[in-house]
Design a protein around this ligand. Structure first.
Ligand code: PMP
Ligand code: GLN
Length: 388
């Protein structure tokens, strides 16, 4: 008789190398120790009361049942309009815009739509943690292009050498988490030159599209025609409106790509929370809500950096996103993971060790701090870090 000794015997993990994410681990440690939490990326302040009133309004009006699978029409139209206004690119709201339960879901659906067993997927690392598991669950093989501090610039010669006839997908993330690196027009041209005559698709994670500094502008992959026709553009309202807990995002992609994307989306979640979609459709009509984000976050970045000026960290101001990386090589040669844990416990400031974003855990002695926090908290954290 087939008697199992323990619950779970015989269950072979599909993700044997995956544990609890570093974001969960560090946030938990910060809570347990009472540390200032600059680890997991989420705003430490609330969203606009107007947005909350709009959600409340639509809930009370009875918009509480399933939304259409592709998203509420008003929100898809508002997104298409925003895209025209901002990037002068047209997506058909009926066939090319899909609302998702966060960017994480959209990334998973887009990867699943195109990756088959044995396909190679180019991943620039350090890489956001959800990409590789999504590739592997689909039988894909991640092929890494390693970017290094302090610039994290892309060597396009290396990229072209990694392309084979099995390459099916390239993952792009600009502005980049965790480094804040921002793509230039030249990067777009270089990528286009590599993919233009090949069957290679692109997933472009642009969740920080509104958070760029020092006058930089976001070069969305949709603005390059060669790239646009093969790219799933992924966005998230979480970063733009300080609502990471609402888990709402979207995918913009040409019709043929969106058809396949939607086949996956409809069986992952089917549809996304209804009253929030109506509320966001109204809220998006005032671009001022997201146009002020660069100034808002640049002031916070600069406040944090001013507080660290006297410290022994080596710092290059971040180009975009709400993350600042710093090198501590001049202070200690401890592994970055150990240092992140020690700083949380001993000085009460939690961060993310950047080695976790490399598949071989390359340790360049870099920590990532999230500066989407109240000013007083940033000043206090910088003061504590400066004593090291
Ligand atoms: N991509 C990147 C680069 C991110 O930083 C995040 C979340 N911080 C996501 C995707 C996931 O976004 P969401 O919370 O909307 O799923
Ligand atoms: N994207 C956030 C970060 O980089 C975390 C999201 C999560 O916890 N999964 O910190």
């Amino acid at each position: 008789m087939n008697k199992r000794k323990r619950v779970g015997d015989g269950l072979v993990s599909k993700l044997p190398n995956v544990g609890t994410t570093i974001f969960t681990v560090m946030s938990k440690l910060a809570t347990e120790t009472g540390a200032i939490n600059l680890s997991q990326g989420f705003p430490g302040f609330d969203c606009s009361p107007k947005l909350i009133s709009l959600v409340d309004h639509y809930m009370r009006k009875g918009f509480n049942q399933y939304a259409p699978m592709t998203g509420v029409a008003a929100l898809r139209e508002a997104l298409a309009q925003k895209t025209v206004d901002q990037y002068a690119v047209t997506y058909d709201p009926d066939t090319e815009v899909t609302v998702t339960s966060g960017a994480t879901e959209a990334i998973f659906a887009a990867i699943t739509a195109v990756v088959r067993p044995g396909d190679e997927v180019l991943v620039f690392e350090p890489a956001y943690d959800s990409y590789v598991p999504a590739i592997e669950l689909n039988g894909g093989i991640p092929v890494f292009v390693t970017l290094t501090p302090p610039d994290y610039a892309i060597d396009w010669q290396i990229v072209s050498e990694k392309i084979t006839n099995k390459t099916r997908l390239i993952l792009v993330n600009t502005p980049h988490n965790p480094t804040g690196h921002v793509w230039t027009i030249d990067d777009l041209d270089q990528l286009a030159a590599i993919v233009h005559d090949r069957d290679i698709w692109i997933v472009s994670d642009e969740v920080y599209e509104h958070i760029l500094f020092d006058g930089r502008i976001h070069h969305s992959l949709m603005t390059h025609p060669v790239l646009q026709e093969r790219t799933f553009i992924i966005g998230s309202f979480g970063k733009t409106f300080h609502i990471t807990g609402w888990k709402i995002g979207y995918c913009l992609a040409p019709k043929e790509l969106s058809i396949e994307f939607r086949k996956i989306h409809q069986y992952l979640t089917f549809s996304t929370v209804t009253p929030i979609q109506y509320a966001l459709a109204d809220y998006l009509k005032e671009p001022a809500h997201y146009r002020q984000l660069p100034d808002f976050y640049q002031r916070k970045r600069d406040l944090f950096l001013a507080g660290l000026r006297g410290s022994r960290f080596t710092i290059k101001p971040t180009e975009g996103s709400f993350f600042q990386t710093v090198s501590y090589a001049a202070i200690t040669d401890e592994p970055d993971h150990d240092l992140a844990v020690r700083l949380t416990k001993e000085i009460g400031v939690a961060s993310i060790p950047v080695s976790v974003f490399y598949h071989q855990k390359n340790d360049y002695k870099i920590l990532r701090f999230c500066f989407a926090k109240d000013d007083a908290i940033l000043e206090e954290a910088a003061g504590r870090l400066s004593k090291l």
